[in-house]
Design a protein around this ligand. Sequence first.
Ligand code: PLP
Length: 387
Amino acid sequence: MNFAHRTDHLHPEGAYQVLARAQELEQKGMDIIHLEIGEPDFATPAHVSLAGIRAIATGHTRYNPPAGLASLRQVIAEYAGKLRNINIDIDQVVVSPGAKPNLFFPTLALVNPGDEVIYPDPGFPTYQAMIGVAGGKAVPVPLLEKNGFSFDLEAFDRLVNERTRLIILNSPSNPTGGVIPLPDLEHIARAAMHFGAWVLSDEIYNQLLFDGTLAPSIASIPGMQERTIIIDGFSKTYAMTGWRLGYGIMPAELARRVELLLTHSLGCTAHFTQLAGIEALTGPQEYVSMMAQEYRRRRDRLVSGLNEIPGLSCLLSQGAFYAFPNIQGTRKTSDQLANLLLEGGVAVLPGSAFGRYGEGYLRIVFANSYANIERALARMDKVISGL
Ligand code: PLP
């Protein structure tokens, strides 16, 4: 079949591929511990679910404005502005079904064919997908273990130039758990202002931080808000992955373009989901810190266990719920090792699923129970010690 070239570069997300293989093995009777999919194992907080149920029962099941309900956009503007110490107007907020459309649409609205887009490698696979669909030139900047997986600023300085239209940042990072410190953000901001580039700052893990680490937003740096798109959402912070609710914050003129793309593709975000979102942001927040504390306990167990396995070494993740151990001591590629571990009953992702610079690493999700993490460590030790 002949397809338009703009989709030729698209691949399935590694997490879904490994999940499918793990499920095949499960059907054959194998017991698999799932550490491959990046989603909270906690239930959506009950008061949020109830708000959604109530909204359906009272008939909030119709079309509503494409950029989102004014009431939710107002709540987001206040919440997101307070978090980042900036002023946000309601007309800068675009609500979407999940954060993903707010990654895709600003990229489509800004990037012309041939424009260069800098993005993190290893990084969330959607970045490369959306750059390609827009016809942009994908320019990866390595995230190096020796820098705590912040941007490699030397490589960044070599790659940023007047053709750079967009710089994509993700802090805390999927897949590394690393955070970009303020001085590095200031460095990137100076280059963005100098070359007139936009920044798309994916901050979806900003409530999942450990040990007092701060993950500042580049939008808080003077002069940056007018060239930054902040991406955030409810999936990770409020354990709402399947509800599909996210948002982007950007200059109002760009928001109007993104709203048009949303109008003509998705139409709008479900009304009842948005009412649940208002409850999530304005209701009790203890659940969020409880989840972060529990992730931290699991991270500590996972990372110390990984560091005891011969051939592995792992930095302490600063945020999100991912560990990204270096596996080069095993002399296996990340794909080979991920396959061996799957056969040994643990589903994880090869670092190479996140880009070239992810080779030599695995991504392991610690949004699973403490007991399962302990069982997974024992299985991993057995497989790797037997190599
Ligand atoms: N950005 C990053 C870095 C992610 O890891 C994810 C989900 O895994 C998303 C965006 C998408 O979030 P949503 O489920 O709200 O579309």
